[in-house]
Design a protein around this ligand. Sequence first.
Ligand code: CAA
Length: 259
Amino acid sequence: MQTYEDILVDSVQDGVLTIRLNRPEAYNALRTQLLSEIADVLAQAKDDETVKTVLITGNDKVFAAGADIKEMASLDAVGVMNDPRPAHWRAIAQFPKPIVAAVNGFALGGGCELVMHCDIVIAGDNAQFGQPEINLGIIPGAGGTQRLIRTIGKSMAMQLVLSGEFISAEQARDFGLISEVTIPERSFERAMELAKKIATKPPIAVRLAKESLLKAYETTLDSGLNIERKAFTMLAATQDRNEGIAAFMEKRKPEFKGK
Ligand code: CAA
């Protein structure tokens, strides 16, 4: 893996590729360069069979404080229209393998939206989530208005986006924005534990499970059930499904091959 300016990429460990946001001087503000680097790593990880899951994290104090406000200041409406960042966000949203996040400290604006692009989120109890864009005279620009309302419901989504107030890790968990709260020192370890566990599961089933779950955001129940049924049927044609069932019957550990 090449080296990057705004992120650190650890070598793959038990199927898990770790990306660390690394602009501490700017509270990991998501400038275009940082987003393009994440998109580049994910483009490689997508086709790399050794990568089963991706873990994204920040540092002890901050996950990400949002889009880079200083960079944003230089863009007029035409600049925003031609902004490459939406394409990088799309690359993250469309990444087919699971993304687990370990969040400590601030996850604000684009940082909170990055959280919503991840599939499972573990946060330290020092984490704070919010969409403070309203204080800048703008609104969330990386899917926040759409994903937040689908994730935490109308009233809380309105509260966050309109007031700019932050919520705690416990509140974020209670509203379903994240899945678990730990002490800050344990969030990375717990996220890694989960990422590694998922990395041992049959990759085709994992991929289709993620795809089916995410479709629930954007389809009717009927077409969502159809998508699930097709994925379920497709899995009946995989060697891993035969292996999983045979291993259960033979009371042994399955050996999944992604076939
Ligand atoms: N962009 C650029 N730089 C940022 C930044 C951001 N989003 N957030 C923090 N920084 C920088 C600060 O400018 C400061 O740098 P300097 O020392 O060079 O001045 C450094 O990080 C530390 O910040 P503070 O001194 O402000 O630290 P604090 O502990 O007092 O406050 C904070 C922390 C509450 C996170 C505060 O920095 C803050 O409010 N940041 C902005 C949060 C925000 O508005 N995010 C939304 C951005 S817009 C967006 O994200 C659009 C979208 O949907 C994609």
